[in-house]
Write a protein that binds this ligand. Structure first.
Ligand code: MSP
Length: 514
């Protein structure tokens, strides 16, 4: 594992177009994991970036009448603006066109070339190529003998001299690696898929091209540029300091988690560890493959999913609701369906009527009965089972995050929302408030309620950082909620009596289904 840090990566996204909700799906969930590890007090390094070379990008540039470099330079800010608005707290943004990356690609290529086993050799390639995948196919893989199985578009026939990587020599070592590290590919179904692929026999793959120039030249034969995967995958070691900073590299590598979509599993769980082994480097600790989004039950296409820019949703529901939806709605690892109806439903049920309403009721009562000042509690036991429910939820949350069961992690946190709602129904502070003799009871019940909200603010921060901070401030808490650490911050009773609360704007305004 990353030795001194929790090192987690997203894939680098193709800079042929702007992000759509499928890309942002990966980014949000990966950010949730990274934020949770920070909350637990770990040093985290969260890497994202753009994959800027290759034929796909070059063709997008040509279609827009600009050079490839101009094209990727114009797109990079379009990706960053989305991550900024989605509160994606990455620590580094890598572009494959950066000098540090050219250095790392040259270094790994040379290391493999010089490893004494002839693992990179010159050959000829004649094959069927899908530009959208940036991958060659054999005819048996194609739909109706002619279409790419992923994109259902015609493949193209290419013939050229290529350098090859001797993947075929790595089957046994890969199998031994996965046997020794049963968690190295998750979830289980994906691990089985990878094992089957390896057992089915591995073919050497082409790593260089001569028919286009938009890539990193091979150090020993600059007429060739590296083919997309040797370039793209290497980003993960570039950012860890592979080429320029050996100390940093040895403290960072191997990465803890490569978070990817299932479509690029083969490259991450077969090609990449073999490439690293060939270069004398350790494979990543874990590759975590999530499912694919469909839209209204249909496979994504230009006209549906890729037509939906994340801002279309964020403008209507807010960024916190956006993040919550993707984490809560689809089990990380399974395919899942997006629909506008389901976004509205989750927003109104779980957030506006759920957590949002709960917070505004408690804050309103604190305002009306105690002038907004958190009262002291001197009725022992008035908090009922809330501390136990919180301790249990925090423990389940932690276990789910360790197991990368992100949806269930949210469910665990929501058990506090549900219990606090139940507690208020049982204790009826609005009735207690009518009896001046029950002032101490009123204070104790509202203290317990506000304290539970404080804990909720801490726990929802990795999911909805903006809403968490607003709730934190409404509860009169100093500083930033993001600076809180587990488990200390969820100990019962940290809310100081005397803090000044206010019922600010609703955390999640209800959205009209129309
Ligand atoms: N550039 C390569 C990855 C190189 S990583 C060394 C690439 N880029 S991509 O832009 O096509 O995809 C980036 C990520 O977005 C992938 O993990 C992919 O699975 C994810 N998604 C793209 N469309 C998606 C959906 N419809 N649903 C879920 N994830 C999707 O592949």
């Amino acid at each position: 594992m990353g030795r001194d840090v929790f090192y987690i990566t997203t894939p680098i996204y193709y800079a042929n177009d702007v992000p759509h909700i499928g890309h942002a799906y990966n980014a949000v969930n990966t950010d949730f994991i990274a934020r949770y590890h920070r909350l637990r007090g770990e040093r985290v390094f969260h890497l994202t970036g753009t994959d800027e070379h290759g034929l796909k990008v070059q063709r997008a540039a040509e279609a827009n009448g600009v050079s490839a470099k101009e094209w990727v330079d114009s797109l990079e800010p379009r990706w960053r603006e989305v991550w900024a608005r989605l509160d994606i707290a990455y620590d580094d943004y890598i572009r494959t066109t950066e000098p540090r990356h050219y250095d790392a690609v040259a270094k790994i290529l040379q290391a493999v070339r010089d490893n004494g086993r002839d693992d990179i050799y010159l050959g000829h390639y004649e094959g069927l190529y899908c530009v959208a995948c940036e991958a060659y196919y054999v005819e048996a893989d194609l739909l109706e003998g002619a279409l790419c199985p992923v994109h259902e578009r015609p493949v193209e026939s290419f013939r050229e001299d290529n350098y090859f990587f001797r993947l075929s020599a790595y089957a046994d070592r890969l199998l031994a690696h996965y046997e020794a590290h049963p968690d190295a590919v998750q979830p289980e179904t994906r691990r089985n898929e990878v094992l089957a692929l390896i057992r089915g026999g591995l073919q050497d793959f082409s790593i260089s091209r001569t028919t286009f120039g938009w890539g990193v030249p091979l150090p020993w034969d600059p007429d060739h540029v590296t083919y997309v995967w040797f370039d793209a995958l290497t980003n993960y070691i570039t950012a860890a300091g592979y080429a320029g900073d050996p100390d940093r590299f040895s403290s960072m590598w191997p990465a803890n988690v490569h978070s990817i979509g299932k479509d690029i599993l083969r490259f991450h769980a077969v090609y990449w560890p073999a490439m690293l082994m060939a270069a004398g480097l350790e494979p990543p600790t874990q590759v975590w493959a999530h499912g694919y989004l469909t839209v209204g039950g249909k496979k994504m296409s230009k006209t549906n999913l890729t037509g939906i820019h994340p801002f279309e949703l964020v403008d209507r529901f807010g960024v916190d609701s956006y993040r919550y939806y993707w984490i809560r709605h689809i089990a990380w690892g399974s395919d899942g369906d997006f629909s506008w109806e389901s976004v509205v439903e989750r927003h109104n049920a779980d957030l506006a009527n759920g957590l949002g309403n709960l917070a505004s009721r408690v804050l309103a009562m604190l305002g009306s009965y105690f002038g907004g000042v958190v009262p002291g509690s001197d009725e022992p036991g008035a908090e009922g089972d809330l501390p136990a429910v919180i301790a249990d939820a925090a423990a389940r949350y932690d276990a789910c995050m360790t197991a990368v069961e992100l949806q269930q992690a949210v469910v665990a946190v929501w058990s506090i929302v549900d219990r606090l709602n139940g507690y208020l129904v049982e204790r009826e502070p609005w009735k207690v408030a009518k009896d001046p003799e029950r002032r101490a009871e009123l204070a104790a019940v509202l203290y317990a309620s506000a304290e539970s909200l404080r804990v909720l603010a801490v726990l929802i921060q990795p999911i909805m950082p903006g809403a968490a901070q607003r709730l934190w401030e409404q509860l009169g808490q100093p500083g930033l909620v993001v600076d809180q650490r587990l488990p200390a911050a969820v100990a019962w009773g940290l809310l100081e009596p005397g803090a000044t609360t206010f019922k600010g704007e609703s955390l999640f305004p209800r959205v009209d289904p129309e």
